[in-house]
Design a protein around this ligand. Structure first.
Ligand code: GRF
Length: 209
C-alpha cells in the first residue's frame, strides 16, 4: 500500500531506496528537515515490505512505497517496475541507502549520473558484501565508507566523498561496522550537498573525482 504525504515542495526531490533499517535515510531526512540539505525526500522506496526503515519514514510523514523484488520473475522485470515508479516520482537524485539489490545496466543507464550509493569501504577497496570482515582479514589499518555515483559496474563509479576510521586491535566485523556507520550519516549528507550544488544541466560535464 502506498503511504502518501500531501505536502508539495519547491526543493529538489530525492528518492531514497532502502532494504532494511534505514538509518542513513533517516539521517538524510533529518538534514532536509533542519535545512542543512536543500532538498526534500519525495519518496522512500523499499524492495522489502518488512524493511524497518519504512515504518520510520511513515512516522516522519514521508511518502513510502514498496516494489517487492520477490513478486517479479526476473531482475529485468523488477528494474522495469522500479523505473516506472521512479518516473512517477521524478527525483533529482536517486539515493541508494542500504538498498541491497544489484541494478541492471539498463536501469542504471536510464538514470545515468543521477544515482548515488553509499558503500561501507574505502573504495576501490572491498567492493561487494562483507566489507568489514574483508578489511580486517586484509590487515587494513584504516576502514571507512564511500559515496559514489552508480555506474553499471558494481561499486565502481566515481567517488564523491569518503570517510576514514581506524581499524583497532581486536575489532570484529560488527565493532568496525558500528564505527563506520556512525560516520556514514554525515558523509552521505555532505556528498548530497556536493551533488545538489551541481547544475543538473551541467552534470555530463562535471567530473566527480
Ligand atoms: C550501510 O552500512 C551502508 O553503507 C550499506 O548498507 C548499510 C545500510 O544501513 N550500503 P542503514 O539501512 O542506512 O541503517
Amino acid at each position: 500500500m502506498v503511504e502518501t504525504s500531501s505536502e508539495p515542495s519547491p526543493l529538489p526531490s530525492l528518492a531514497v531506496l532502502i532494504s532494511g533499517r534505514g538509518s542513513n535515510m533517516m539521517a538524510i531526512a533529518a538534514a532536509c528537515e533542519r535545512g542543512e540539505l536543500p532538498a526534500h525526500i519525495g519518496l522512500v522506496l523499499s524492495n522489502r515490505p518488512d524493511a524497518k526503515g519504512l515504518e520510520h519514514a511513515q512516522a516522519k510523514g514521508l511518502t513510502t512505497d514498496v516494489v517487492d523484488h520477490k513478486a517479479f520473475a526476473s531482475r529485468e522485470l523488477f528494474d522495469q517496475a522500479l523505473h516506472d515508479r521512479l518516473c512517477k516520482a521524478q527525483p533529482r537524485w536517486i539515493v541508494l541507502a542500504g538498498f541491497m539489490r544489484i541494478l541492471t545496466a539498463e536501469f542504471v543507464n536510464q538514470w545515468e549520473g543521477k544515482i548515488l550509493n553509499i558503500h561501507p569501504s574505502l573504495l576501490p577497496k572491498h567492493p561487494g558484501l562483507d566489507t568489514h570482515r574483508k578489511a580486517i582479514e586484509s590487515g587494513d589499518t584504516e576502514a571507512g565508507a564511500s559515496v559514489h555515483i552508480v555506474t553499471p559496474e558494481l561499486d565502481a563509479g566515481p567517488v564523491i566523498a569518503q570517510v576514514r576510521v581506524p581499524v583497532l586491535n581486536g575489532d570484529t566485523a560488527d565493532s568496525l561496522g558500528e564505527r563506520v556507520l556512525a560516520k556514514e550519516h554525515q558523509l552521505f549528507i555532505d556528498a548530497l550537498k556536493i551533488c545538489l550544488s551541481r547544475d543538473p544541466a551541467d552534470r555530463e560535464n562535471v567530473k566527480f573525482t
